[in-house]
Design a protein around this ligand. Structure first.
Ligand code: AP5
Ligand code: MG
Length: 219
């Protein structure tokens, strides 16, 4: 049976960082809705044009656009054994669409991992974040610096700062998380799928906690 894991957490909680580690450890593709949108914006596709304004404001992209994009991605061959979902679902309608799509694929959500981090830590993490252009590897100029400034350790591509990491947009994204995404924690808890992990620890310690939660999940 394929295994699909959801990483839930506020902007800056470490979803992308941890998804990369789990993807390598579990040999499952890392699917980040935010990364797919950013790739489309950079490539100037129709999808990129449709979502750019929402993302620059820190708002959520409408559910119909997001759900269609994820449905297409989950249908690809590399998801046959499952995937690590980073940043999706983010609304109740998306959670319902995901359950439906996985059911169509004869599967279901295996576990939901909520990465909990205090708000002041989120803000300082996002203000120092750098991302690689090639694969979205994540760094921080103080907390998690690359060996050579401006260059990705893994693939040598250029590092850049995200347009939506400006302080006013970060504040908007955190508010959107609290009002629209945080209610999913209770939803997945009721389904018996939720595991909470303290994200305010060293990156490797958080990865170990997530792996323990996955190992302890009910079959
Ligand atoms: P998205 O790209 O998903 O952004 P986000 O949720 O705001 O989360 P971030 O990527 O900012 O943070 P993260 O949790 O991945 O943290 P990271 O690992 O980078 O979405 C962007 C936008 O796209 C949304 O605002 C929305 O408009 C749209 N969108 C996306 N999905 C959508 C959906 N499903 N529906 C509708 N719209 C959608 O780490 C942050 C920093 O902290 C890094 O510098 C890192 O090095 C550092 N760090 C990480 N962990 C640690 C640690 N343990 N200790 C110290 N430093 C750490
Ligand atoms: Mg991310």
């Amino acid at each position: 049976m394929a295994t699909f894991y959801i990483l839930l957490g506020a902007p800056g909680a470490g979803k992308g960082t941890q998804a990369k580690n789990l993807s390598a450890a579990l040999k499952l593709p890392h699917i980040s809705s935010g990364e797919i949108f950013r790739e489309n914006i950079a490539a100037g596709t129709e999808l990129g044009k449709a979502v750019n304004e929402y993302i620059s404001r820190g708002d959520l992209v409408p559910d119909d656009i997001t759900n269609a994009m994820i449905r297409e991605r989950l249908g690809r061959e590399d998801c046959a054994e499952g995937a690590i979902l980073d940043g999706f679902p983010r609304t109740m309608a998306q959670a319902q669409a995901l359950a439906h799509d996985l059911h169509e694929l004869d599967s279901h959500v295996s576990a939901v991992l909520s990465i909990d981090v205090p708000e002041d830590v989120l803000v300082s993490r996002l203000s120092g974040r750098w991302m690689c252009r090639e694969k979205g590897h994540v760094y921080h100029d103080v907390l998690n610096p690359p060996c050579e400034p401006g260059v990705c350790d893994t693939d040598g591509s250029e590092l850049y700062q995200r347009e939506d990491d400006k302080p006013e947009t970060v504040a908007a994204r955190i508010q959107v998380y609290l009002s629209q995404t945080a209610p999913l924690i209770e939803h997945f808890e009721e389904l018996g799928l939720l595991h909470r992990v303290n994200g305010d620890q060293e990156i490797e310690v958080v990865t170990e906690s997530l792996q323990r939660a996955i190992a302890e999940r009910k079959p």
